[in-house]
Design a protein around this ligand. Structure first.
Ligand code: PEP
Ligand code: MG
Length: 294
């Protein structure tokens, strides 16, 4: 059975009712591209750009980011590449960017909050993304930790500024701007966010931690950090419903997406795409082949 799963890894997953269900990879950089392709990834649902920023003394400049995004996107042909903007702070410090000690880092200055507080830093990344998208139209931008509509509008205003500065309007460099749904307030206001976002991707690692108020890295509360909790499942369903109502796709890129024990639940909730670690993709496809979407 294991052999069969692996030999069919490169084939699309067609559900019992004949739907081609896309399966994508979570990757951390160009080093993961080969493995993702060999595992049958149909594009990238989450590129964590932290890799470019971590373990180096200086922040990567616009050009080096542009080159990196472009070469990763090119490796996937015309399959979509979802590039998440910098998501540091909390448990992810940066040597090149000193951040103040915080009493509650997971509730603090992390992800898009930090990026919005430093427009020069954020715009460097956004400009690199727009330039890369002008050559690789399969690039999509994804913003982590969005908590309200105001933040998303601020991000979109920066994207518009960068487009003007670069002389690369939407027609010349089409790039969808979507958001991660991983903060409870984003679930509760998902209808309003769906009016402003091109897509949603549910980040169940953080969503579970925040819905359950339980630190995802603390073994003492590990029992609560469980995406099978009814409240987490309700949050996922609410997000899918808001996306459906607004006509935008809703995918999932947290660890839950790769767990074949819950794949059926996720299809029923209405997710249209799953993104997981490359090594999990062959078995995820095998599972999808035994299920129906409808
Ligand atoms: C998540 O929170 O589910 C997620 C995919 O992002 P990260 O694990 O990088 O916080
Ligand atoms: Mg997260």
């Amino acid at each position: 059975e294991r052999d069969e799963t692996l030999t069919r890894a490169l084939e699309p997953a067609i559900t019992l009712d004949g739907v081609h269900y896309p399966v994508q990879a979570n990757i951390g950089g160009f080093a993961d591209v080969e493995k993702a392709l060999a595992s049958g990834a149909e594009g990238v649902g989450l590129l964590r750009t932290e890799f470019l920023f971590q373990a180096r003394a200086e922040l990567p400049d616009e050009d080096s980011q542009y080159q990196e995004y472009k070469r990763i996107a090119a490796a996937f042909g015309d399959q979509p590449i979802t590039i998440r903007t910098l998501d540091v702070g909390g448990d992810k410090p940066l040597a090149s960017y000193p951040m103040a000690e915080e009493e509650n880092p997971f509730l603090g200055h992390r992800g898009v909050r930090m990026c919005l507080s430093d427009p020069a830093l954020f715009k460097t990344q956004i400009r690199a993304l727009i330039r890369a998208a002008s050559e690789q139209p399969n690039i999509q931008m994804m913003v982590p930790m969005i908590a309200n509509v105001r933040e998303l509008k601020a991000v979109k205003a920066l994207v518009a500024d960068c487009r003007t500065e670069l002389g690369l309007p939407e027609e010349q460099a089409p790039m969808q701007v979507g958001i991660m749904i991983e903060v409870p307030s984003a679930v509760l206001d998902a209808e309003a966010l769906a009016a402003e976002a091109d897509f949603f991707s549910i980040g169940t690692n953080d969503l579970t931690q925040y819905v359950m108020a339980a630190d995802r890295g603390n073994p003492q509360v590990a029992e609560l950090v469980d995406y099978n909790e009814p409240a987490v499942l309700t949050a996922i369903r609410m997000t899918c419903e808001a996306g459906k109502k607004a006509g935008i796709p809703v995918s999932m890129c947290g660890e839950m997406a790769g767990d074949t024990k819950v794949t059926e639940t996720l299809l029923k909730a209405g997710l249209s795409k799953l993104s997981a670690s490359p090594s999990l993709l062959p078995s995820l496809k095998a599972k999808l082949r035994t299920l129906s979407v409808a």
